[in-house]
Design a protein around this ligand. Structure first.
Ligand code: GDP
Length: 202
């Protein structure tokens, strides 16, 4: 029997797009921020998690739109952060983006966790490593997600998972492999997010 994604059955509302990383949200609930390199599959993953076809929109101008898109559910907020590592971003855009992340990770007490996305097929990029350092400094709980697993066969997934785990210096049980396209790992990730928000969905 296929387990049901526990996030998909909840009501979700798009609360808006905000430039301020410290934007206060009503009501005050645990918050989870989604982040990764642009094109990592973040919008697709959010739509799969929320069980909607196109709630999270693909960012129109990556690198330029440094807005937090917020989705509010009954017991938590999901924060869709702009993707990093956009090749054509200018130096000031990169600096502004780093500042936004630093403030969000350091000065946002309602932030319960970060859902960090990496493409399962590639070793962490320089931007990924830089972000991992920011994360480590913040001490915020992180769920690591390897996306686009359907692009590899079963043994390719096993090898890539082992390699990414080693490169990131993590344990395999800290990583969730997903495919937004095929639905793999979506229920497990949704359950982990709800558990981190303090909910028992079993
Ligand atoms: P974002 O820029 O991180 O929000 O990434 P998107 O969700 O817009 O996805 C970027 C590209 O990767 C699009 O062409 C998606 O169709 C594709 N993509 C996203 N998730 C998956 C997945 O699970 N499997 C496959 N094969 N492609 C995916």
């Amino acid at each position: 029997m296929t387990a049901v994604n526990p996030l998909a059955r909840l009501e979700v509302r798009f609360a808006g797009s905000f430039p301020d990383p410290l934007q206060k949200l009503e009501p005050e609930l645990p918050e989870f921020a989604f982040i990764g390199r642009s094109n990592v599959g973040k919008s697709s993953l959010l739509n799969a998690l929320l069980g909607r076809r196109s709630l999270a929109r693909v960012s129109s101008t990556p690198g330029k739109t440094q807005l937090l898109n917020i989705y509010t559910l009954p017991t938590l907020h999901l924060i869709d952060l702009p993707g990093y590592g956009y090749a054509r971003a200018t130096k000031p855009e990169r600096a502004g983006y780093r500042k936004l992340l630093e403030r969000l990770l350091r000065d946002r007490p309602t932030l319960s966790g970060v859902v960090w996305l990496l493409d399962i097929r590639h070793p962490p990029s320089r931007d990924d490593v830089e972000f991992q350092q920011l994360l480590a400094k913040s001490g915020i709980a992180v769920l690591v997600v390897l996306t686009k697993a359907d692009k590899l066969n079963r043994s390719g997934v096993t090898t890539a998972l082992r390699d990414r785990t080693r490169e990131l210096g993590l344990e395999a049980d800290q990583i969730q492999v997903v495919s937004a396209e095929r639905g793999d790992g979506i229920t497990e990730l949704a359950t982990a997010i709800l558990a981190a928000a303090g909910e028992d969905t079993r």
